[in-house]
Design a protein around this ligand. Structure first.
Ligand SMILES: CCCCNC(=S)N1C[C@H](O)[C@@H](O)[C@@H](O)[C@H]1CO
Length: 661
């Protein structure tokens, strides 16, 4: 009997087990050994989060190389839907938004990818990645099986996922797993039809092989609504958590399979008006070591936070609305400026105890350049340049309209009316609860009176004469990315009242500041600024010379802030006709949150606007949709979120959805 015959005989006798040969390229769950299998071999990932949407494309390679040299074998990345579909059916995958180029760079550098395409991503990103134009249908039920929402989601997934499929590990790429939704168990809806729909769409567009998973807080009640048969449940928790309890929660849903912490918090996010969050490097490193010792798979959130450029920062809702800052430094191992920190080296040391580090040095911090102080001259008050900023003119309406009603997604809208009668003695100008979304700078006769704030100051004393101009500049500080069980409409959501009488007959100016700046405004000639006192929002310009080389830097505004508003005569800088703006010194000043890294100014130096308009920070901007033309007819009354979205009880929603479907 020859060898083949002998082998067959042994196989038949069960004395020889043929090892199940995994496909050449596969990334799978091994429920027997509680691990992942990469090409049939046990595999554990040590990963870090980076968001390409928060890092200028010229810096991607530098950041990814630093992550690789830190010992990571994978990275985790979100795809923000609104970053790529700014208007319905209009897609942008160019430049900083070229997600395929980013993914190809990760493959070139030898990093595996854990992809999180949402459609909701949270991430302290504007509306958690959902496009604001979804709210143009004011009764839409976000993150649910509402047909209107699912239609928009499917349309987006049919554009995005075909770009992903060829990059899946089993198709020769480096994407090893794909997350469906994001911490859905933290959302009020608990709509399994929605999760089932997403699972079906992901399977239809990505195939049957890819490993699909979910992530939820390490609590049974969060995992209950966040997971589904066919999706591997993972958890997220930070350094202070009890490992046994946290992974015990995962085991409650996944009795077998790899332990996975999909978001091990290396730091935390910052809010306007708060202090910079920080987490001890020692504590982070110790917690990482404990998890790796358990054989767990870990993704560190964030490994590099970067910056919320333009209008992309989101907000949280706890006791009150808390907008997130421009900086997404996160006290992460790689600073906002991309510099390795002590925390990175502490993490790298831990990783080296579990798997070999790549040979070679850690790339150094990128060179910074101090352009010095920049004298700013006032160019114009906002109220004096409405013809530039609102070229289509105002919309006339009996009562205020939201940003969404006039189809402006981001930025600022000016609301103008006149005092209906003399107000000889101070009378309260008041907004209803949740009526200001999110900050309203109030001017009377073009004089700044004070700031109304969402969940903050909602009334101001006003004195004037019939016909006096009343202007309220509304700033959208970012739509809720977490904690919303309603749609976060922006603008004046209710009628302002003067001495308890509603004000009416408004002119509403959509402001296209970014478009104006993109087209070279303000122009070289400096018009004579108004001689008024405290005139409120204004544009300042200054210039600085660059050495002809594109160096990283950031704009520092010493003493400026957006803390909760004070009385009109407090805190407004007086007598500083020319605020001076020192720019970044050679080393990033850790005490100050380095602001956004300015895209290197092109020589000759661009005019530097200092009015905190994100438009001034980066040449390439995403423009809020300009509004339509003006209308002489009174427009429909203020749209309100659908009843089911105003703090609904889940049964409300269930009934509504079941009825709807
Ligand atoms: C204060 C509540 C913040 C809720 N978000 C939480 S827990 N997080 C989980 C979420 O999945 C991630 O996108 C990030 O938003 C992260 C915080 O950085």
């Amino acid at each position: 009997m020859g060898l083949p015959g002998l082998v067959l005989l042994l196989l038949a006798a069960g004395l020889l087990r043929a090892q199940p040969t995994a496909p050449a390229r596969s990334f799978q769950l091994d429920y027997e050994h509680d691990c992942f299998l990469r090409d049939g071999v046990p595999f554990r990932y040590v990963s870090g989060s980076i968001h390409y949407a928060r890092v200028p494309r010229p810096a991607w390679r530098d950041r990814l190389l630093k992550m690789y040299m830190s010992g990571l074998n994978a990275l985790q990345v979100y795809v923000p839907w609104n970053y790529h579909e700014p208007l319905p059916g209009l897609y942008n995958f160019a430049g900083d938004r070229d997600v395929e180029a980013f993914l190809d760079l990760t493959a070139e550098l030898g990093l595996l990818v854990i992809l999180r395409p949402g459609p909701y991503i949270c991430a302290e990103w504007e509306m958690g990645g959902l496009p604001a134009w979804l709210l143009w249908q004011s009764d839409i039920v976000l993150r649910s099986s509402d047909p209107a929402f699912l239609a928009a989601v499917d349309s987006w997934l049919h554009v995005l996922l075909p770009k992903i499929k060829p990059r899946l590990y089993q198709n020769g790429g480096n994407i090893i797993s794909v997350q469906v939704e994001n911490e859905y168990g933290s959302y009020y809806a608990c709509d399994y039809n929605y999760l089932r729909h997403l699972l079906g769409s992901f399977r239809a567009l990505l195939g049957s092989e890819v490993l699909l998973f979910t992530t939820d807080g390490a609590q049974a009640e969060e995992l209950r609504c966040g997971t589904l048969q066919g999706l591997y449940a993972t958890v997220d928790f930070g350094p202070g958590s009890n490992l046994t309890e946290a992974f015990g929660a995962q085991r409650g849903v996944e009795p077998r399979g790899p332990l996975v912490n999909s978001e091990y918090y290396t730091g935390w996010l910052d809010y306007w008006g708060g202090t910079h969050a920080s987490t001890s490097a020692t504590q982070v490193a110790r917690g990482l070591a404990d998890m790796l010792r358990l054989g767990a798979n870990v993704n560190m959130y964030m490994f590099h936070g970067g910056t919320n450029f333009a209008y992309w920062s989101g907000a949280d809702l706890k006791a009150q609305y808390k907008p997130v800052t421009t900086s997404y430094d996160y006290d992460a191992p790689l600073s906002e400026a991309g510099d390795p920190t002590e925390k990175l080296f502490a993490i790298r040391t831990v990783i080296s105890q579990f798997q070999p580090l790549p040979a070679g040095p850690m790339p150094p911090a990128t060179p910074k350049y101090a352009y010095g102080q920049v004298d700013l001259r006032k160019y114009a008050d906002l109220l004096d340049v409405l013809d530039v900023l609102s070229p289509s003119g105002p919309i006339r309406s009996q009562f205020p309209l939201t940003f969404e009603a006039i189809k402006q997604t981001h930025g600022f809208v000016l609301y103008h009316t006149q005092l209906p009668h003399d107000v000889p003695a101070p009378a309260p100008l008041s907004a209803p609860p949740h009526g200001i979304c999110d900050r309203g700078y109030v001017m009377l006769q073009k004089e700044y009176q004070g700031t109304l704030e969402r969940d903050g100051q909602s009334t101001l004393p006003v004195t004037g004469r019939a016909g006096d101009a009343l202007d309220v500049l509304l700033e959208n500080m970012g739509r809720l990315s977490f904690g919303a069980n309603f749609s976060d409409f922006k603008g004046l959501l209710g009628n302002l009242s003067l001495d308890s009488s509603p004000l009416s007959n408004w002119l509403i100016y959509p402001l296209a500041i970014d478009a104006a700046v993109q087209q070279g405004w303000p122009h070289a000639a400096l018009p004579q600024p108004s001689s008024r006192g405290r005139s409120g929002p204004a544009f300042y310009t200054g210039t600085f010379e660059t050495p002809g080389i594109a160096w990283d830097t950031f704009v520092k505004f010493p003493g400026w802030s957006k803390v909760r508003s004070r009385r009109a005569d407090e805190g407004v800088e007086r007598g500083r006709a020319q605020p001076r703006l020192p720019l970044a010194g050679p080393a990033v000043d850790k005490r100050l949150q380095p602001g956004p890294l300015l895209a290197p100014p092109r020589a000759p130096a661009d005019p530097l606007c200092a009015w905190l308009s994100p438009a001034c920070r980066l040449p390439q901007q995403h423009h809020g949709a300009g509004a339509g033309g003006s209308s002489s007819q009174p427009l429909p009354a203020l749209p309100r979120p659908a009843p089911s979205q105003q703090h609904p009880q889940p049964q409300h929603l269930d009934r509504r959805i079941n009825a709807g479907l």
